[in-house]
Design a protein around this ligand. Sequence first.
Ligand SMILES: [Fe+2]
Ligand SMILES: [Fe+2]
Length: 627
Amino acid sequence: MPQTITDFYKDYLARINEIDMEEQRLLSSDDKRVWTEHLVRKSNLIRNSHSVVEKNLNEMIRPYVSGERETGDDEAAALRDGAMLYYDKALFDEVMESSVLKMLIERYARRGDAFSERMCRYAFANNAYISAEGPFSERSLAEARQVMSRLSDIRAIRAAQPFDALFLREVNSIVETGFSLFDRECKMLEPDTEQIVKRYNELAGIEKYKDILPADWYKDFTSYLHDCLGIHVVLMQALHWEGVPEKRRKSLSSLLEKELLRQTALAPAKRNPKLFMASVVYAFHAGTMKPDACFDLLYPYLKALKKKVNFASNNWYDYHGVSRFFAICLMTRPLLQMVTAGELTERRKKQKIAGILYEVKNYIETIPRECAGRENMDYCLYHLLYDVIEFVDDEAMAIECIDTLMMNRQLATLIHSIMAAKLTQAILDPLMDQKPELFYEMLGVGTPEEVHAKKEDLALFMYNAARVHDIGKIRIATIINTQIRSISPIEFELIKMHSQWSYDIVKRNKKLSQYGEIVLGHHKSYDGKSGYPADYDNHATKYRLLTDILTICDSMDAATDVYGRNYLKDKHFDKVFAEFEELKGTRYNPVIIDFIRDNEELYKQLQKITSKEAREDFYFHIYRKYR
Ligand SMILES: [Fe+2]
Ligand SMILES: [Fe+2]
């Protein structure tokens, strides 16, 4: 049992590092026997750490959060550092982290330690992004706005605190909070542009205090502000220009027009890459430069992204002052739009689009696994896919894009998706032969022969639907990948959104959109009374039968998985199937469950696919293919 909170964190990090190293050994092993031993060891390490961390978390941290125990100064500092570990290692869920920060904010306020209080408020505001879906985000943003409102008190602070160092610390913390707020709002999927412009104006309002601020500080601050504006405006344009209100377009346009002139007048080496990228995207949207010319100017920045990255350095994700993921999100969609709008032949356009996707794919593949969870990687990668998938005509290529992301962020989900797809094939094949009447309505046919004629097409359709069903999980990969402690209620709420997020992605693509209903409904119960999304009516879809098959295969893989996320409750197929029988009619389609039970050959086949031995072979194969 660790003695102090700092010991607790140290112990926790050591455990995570040990598991990471085990993962590395696993990935580099070519001998299946050795590989399996690593896998079992890793599973045991996680199982063991899980109970220890959970116990320590309850004994060390929760009493402070609940107010049972008063913190000393050292403990308060340790708690604050720990709360900020969230981004790196996902030790706390955001509610836990925020509870700690909230407690500290009150503590510092009581003691009149304004600086520490602000720093905690700043961290609290930072929490907004992961929970962007819920009321929690509103609360954090409101906190941050409150800190921002202190900007107008600058003269008063100056009068009360005549020492420059102390005064600047105050101003800095207000400005930092402002930027953080600015950032979070800009990174929302549908950013509130009114709020962003308002926030920018508030920050720019510091000009009024120029006379009482040190000249150096003021100079740095304004250039920083300028930089931020460039990148955020381009975000609005690149991703959501359509959403910028008419009255705001004018002021944003004039800002970028000026920037375009200023940057293009400079020699290439002297340009500010971020602002230059912004102005090129603006020129494209404004129609002041031809799409092909814009492409030629912007494309080198995408290519440059993967060069000279020292992944061992602490700031490897920094790209001209923005996160690499953020930068890649900003550039990719405009580049694809430029190619589409350009004057090339259709064939050349296709080649260029494939080239962009190849660059993006390559870049994602270069990100080492241990960098996962850094910055807002999950969120950006999800948006990247959301933006890109629309431009991919070829279905196999669209699935390849999805695989690349899952491979990098969630190998376990990739394996699960392929497993579920395999299981659907095993069921679908005899079901179409022996009960063709089940398919008449869906296929618009009336005889067994007609069903037979469509067999291959339907099998592929089902296979692909299963392959993409869980892609929404990459938006919260850090939560899904949390293995060392249990998932908290708010995290579970976020996980429950993954079928909707998967749906949102597949709907953006012409070919994949046909799987929309199956993907959306895969966690809804057969009777429609439980599961999620709550408001989704799974009785109305014509793909009802296929959704039911996927629901069964989805649970079948998850429940029998010895090595994936379900390491605490892996079960043998027979036991799992007995539970399915109890839930037939409510959770699962009784016709399919009965069909499996009465069909000995099929039952044995499913048993075999989900067996420990078959999994080992399959997992080993996937690891070797994708590592
Ligand atoms: Fe799912
Ligand atoms: Fe699933």
